[in-house]
Ligand binder design. Structure first.
Ligand code: G3I
Length: 397
């Protein structure tokens, strides 16, 4: 009996060897980096490559490619909408965790990290909250305790499951806002004053000791807008420096990276300089919402390649600038695109007069665009001494 089993095993071994030997040498191809995913290539540098996830698209039976690309190409995911306050607590006191839980579970199955987005933002707040403040039934003292409760509830539920939390989002105005000098803007600053920023980080840290806590904003890709008084990046730099000096537990600054090919934008050295300066404060950084939109002129919409090609190339060039700068700074931990396909991008729905689009790295039919190839090349053709492994931070207490 034992002998027979041994012989059977031997036969299998011989048969297997035969099959292996039968593979022609030409079929054993050398390692081809261009065939690797973005997530695999990012791993060479310890860099996480991510996307925002639209849960409706992820759950759409007719969209298998959406799910496959999320799973295969990315090592970190962000909820595009379902972790925002209006989604989590549409009715006061009643939380609906279903979609956010599902994203976290999907990420776990896919071996992905999760960027939590977002604990405090002036947009996408529930109506009961904004109405209550507007009609005076919620005063500022109660508002502060509601905010504390919200941060505590959400950060506690996902304790240990979130890699980076966007604790405070877009708290700073733009130079074209009123007043034209930079200031703290929006619902929270109006009602609670700028001190809510430090409070939010402290409350988030108390609820989750392991997540990296980020301040997240747009138009902070580089310093030097000309007038130092109107330099948003400088304002954010001074703000986070001040928070650190006061012992506030902030770990990083997220630079969203929403760019447009119609603007001047930046070169790699300007962006790398900004990341280095934030790193100099002892902070991590991340690109958190990258996309590069273009005007959809009549020519573009009519399929005129003379109008489309320059836009695709300019878009790719901007993805390249941000990714190359991130690679150059070891404290730049992740590079997340805000949706990966033009089929499900927030851009056309938001910028419709004049129409804009073409902002992502895959087209509407899930074909990789020039921007995708450029990102791959950036990840492949980079290494020491100027591109090093990421520096793993410890959450600040
Ligand atoms: O869920 C409703 C749905 O029930 C309704 O039928 C539909 C009709 O318009 O609207 C749906 O809500 C939309 C929601 O996205 C979910 O799709 C809102 O109208 C729409 O305004 C909302 O837009 C989101 C936007 O934030 C809101 O400001 C975008 O998808 C999302 O990409 C965008 O993300 C922000 C980041 O959180 C912060 N940084 C900027 C970035 C781009 O604006």
């Amino acid at each position: 009996m034992i002998l027979r089993r041994w012989m059977a095993a031997g036969l299998v071994a011989v048969a297997t060897a035969g099959v292996l030997n039968a593979v022609p040498a030409t079929a054993q191809r050398p390692y081809d980096p261009t065939a690797q995913s973005l997530r695999a290539l990012g791993q060479r540098h310890g860099l996480y490559v991510g996307t925002a996830v639209d849960m409706a698209a992820l759950n759409d039976a007719a969209e298998p490619r959406y799910r496959e690309i999320v799973r295969d190409e990315f090592s970190t995911v962000t909820a595009e909408n379902v972790m925002k306050w209006e989604s989590l607590e549409p009715t006061r006191g009643t939380y609906d965790w279903s979609a956010a839980d599902e994203l976290v579970a999907t990420a776990r199955r896919n071996g992905q990290k999760v960027r939590g987005h977002v604990l405090v933002w002036h947009s996408q707040l529930p109506k009961w909250l904004t109405d209550g403040v507007a009609d005076g039934s919620i005063d500022n003292t109660e508002l502060r305790s509601i905010l504390r409760q919200h941060i505590t509830t959400v950060a506690s539920r996902y304790r240990g499951k979130i890699w980076q939390w966007d604790v405070v989002n877009e708290a700073v105005s733009d130079p074209w806002d009123t007043p034209s000098t930079l200031h703290y803007k929006g619902f929270w600053a109006e009602h609670l004053g700028p001190g809510y920023v430090a409070d939010a980080f402290r409350w988030a840290r108390a609820a989750d000791p392991t997540a990296l806590l980020f301040y997240n904003d747009y138009n902070i890709e580089a310093f030097g807008s000309g007038d130092p008084a109107n330099d948003k990046t400088q304002f954010v730099y001074d703000m986070v420096k001040g928070l650190l000096a006061r012992g506030v537990p902030i770990d990083g600054v997220g630079s969203q990276g929403h760019l447009g090919t119609q603007y001047g934008n930046y070169d790699t050295l300007q962006v790398a300089d900004a990341l280095h300066r934030f790193a100099g404060l002892g902070l991590s950084t991340a690109f958190t919402e990258v996309d590069v939109r273009s005007r959809l002129t009549d020519g573009v919409q009519a399929g005129d390649s003379e109008e489309i090609n320059p836009r695709l190339q300019a878009s790719a060039a901007n993805f390249h600038v941000l990714l190359q700068a991130c690679l150059a700074e070891p404290r730049c931990l992740s590079f997340t695109v805000w949706g990966f396909t033009d089929r499900h991008s927030w851009v056309p729905g938001t910028f419709d007069d004049p129409p804009q689009g073409l902002a992502t790295i895959y087209d509407e039919n899930y074909q990789p665009k020039r921007a995708y190839q450029v990102m791959k090349a950036d990840l492949i053709y980079a290494g020491p001494p100027y591109v090093r492994m990421r520096a793993t931070p410890k959450p600040r207490r």
